[in-house]
Ligand binder design. Structure first.
Ligand code: PCP
Length: 396
């Protein structure tokens, strides 16, 4: 009996989330004894959303789990790799390649794309925000805006993209991390008194949890900030401003005032965390105004998807492609120093970087060989580190 409107792991693995035209294609190939026809198919991105120059590839671990056991070979960029829709010559970059009898994997195209289109959108948004406020605390607060079944995926993608921590219990669990959070307005409203609510938080919540106090429920943020230092003194780690839009006026100015008043009274170390409607457009000016950290929700979890598509580029080893796509199996070569890519037919030799002369690195490497996962799947921390390393070498 299905409790929620979600597909089970088993349904996804068996291709039951597929679009029906793939099921009909399978029936036709079977009926016409063409179910052994072998193809090479590649995943490329259409134009990236909002004029983005690069994206962060996310969801490869789930793709490996999806194809495991199917008689196919899969090559892909390492998870967390930055990718370009097209390289400097306008050649689309394949980030993943599937080889096998088309009938054996055609039912998996829909879940395959679903796994990487959404997760890569979230990871890219997270990386863009990290790039804009490089040294600020970034907290993923967005699972409440999306269907709860994908909370772990959202928080994993946000963390991999460069966020510091996540708020959902199960998101933190799959990352092997402690979930983070402050306090909701509801707690203060229940007590009908900020100070009593803050004291109760401090009394009940285990000491290792940073005391970040919400300071916008009943009074002005500046007033509540001073009440918070009076109430918690040196135990106060930070204050959170989730000021309602009706009161935001000049929000950077409000942050500046709170910063000034706290520092004036010797609380220079008390952090200012800001949440509510945070996105890449405004975050820099809030950081410049004195915000130390951000809780980002909707703009992260509802980040635009990456328009990945899977296309056949070879049939029985012969190049063939639909209009708009380049035929033949390809390799993407990257100079990891210059973050410069070349796309070449698969059989061509390893090129040198035309910028620095260094040998370039093949990005498409075996993930699945005849249904077996052949790559060590890195931990979220390893992938996040890889993303941050690349972000240091590239512009927004
Ligand atoms: C929201 C909650 C989320 C924030 C804002 C995400 O505040 O704290 O973490 O906002 P965004 O989606 O606009 O980025 P409230 O709705 O006031 O909830 P609460 O009182 O529970 O903090």
């Amino acid at each position: 009996m299905r409790f929620f409107h979600v597909a089970s792991d088993d349904e996804i693995k068996k291709g039951k989330t597929t679009d029906v035209y793939f099921e009909r294609t399978y029936q036709i190939l079977k009926a016409k004894n063409m179910d052994k026809v072998r193809v090479t198919a590649e995943v490329t991105a259409g134009n990236l959303p909002n004029g983005w120059i690069w994206g962060v590839l996310c969801g490869i671990e789930e793709v490996a789990k999806l194809f495991e056991g199917y008689p196919v070979n899969v090559y892909s960029f390492p998870e967390g790799s930055l990718f370009f829709a097209s390289n400097h010559l306008g050649i689309r970059e394949p980030v993943l390649v599937v080889e096998g009898a088309y009938a054996d994997f055609c039912m998996l195209e829909t879940p395959l794309l679903g796994f990487i289109c959404q997760a890569s959108g979230i990871a890219t948004k997270a990386a863009r925000i990290r790039k804009i406020v490089w040294d600020k605390l970034l907290l993923s607060f967005g699972t409440r805006r999306m269907h709860p079944t994908i909370s772990p995926m959202i928080d994993r993608a946000a963390y991999i993209g460069g966020f510091d921590a996540v708020s959902s219990l199960c998101g933190a669990k799959i990352l092997g991390k402690e979930p983070v959070g402050t306090m909701p307005h509801a707690l203060i409203i229940i007590f009908e008194n900020q100070v009593e609510a803050w004291k109760a938080f401090d009394e009940v919540v285990e000491p290792k949890i940073p005391r970040i106090i919400l300071i916008d429920t009943f009074y002005d943020e500046k007033t509540e900030a001073l009440m918070a230092v009076e109430t918690l003194g040196k135990k106060l780690y930070g204050v959170r401003l989730d000021t309602p839009t009706s009161r935001r006026g000049n929000f950077p100015e409000i942050i500046r005032e709170v910063r000034w008043e706290l520092s004036l009274r010797g609380f220079k170390n008390v952090k200012i965390i800001v949440s509510g409607g945070i996105d890449e457009e405004k975050i820099k000016q809030l950081a410049d105004a004195g915000a130390d950290g951000f809780g980002v929700g909707t703009s992260l979890s509802a980040a635009p998807v990456i328009d990945f598509a899977l296309d056949i580029v070879e049939k029985e080893g012969k190049p063939i492609a639909k209009r708009g796509k380049l035929a033949g199996k390809k390799q993407v070569w990257r100079c990891t120093q210059c973050m410069f890519d070349l796309v070449q037919p698969f059989k061509e030799n390893q090129p040198k970087c035309s910028k620095c002369g260094k040998p370039m690195k093949p990005m498409l490497n075996p993930l699945i060989v005849e249904g077996k996962i052949v790559r060590k799947l890195p931990s979220p921390d390893e992938i996040r580190k890889y993303v941050l390393n690349q972000l240091e070498k590239i512009n927004l």
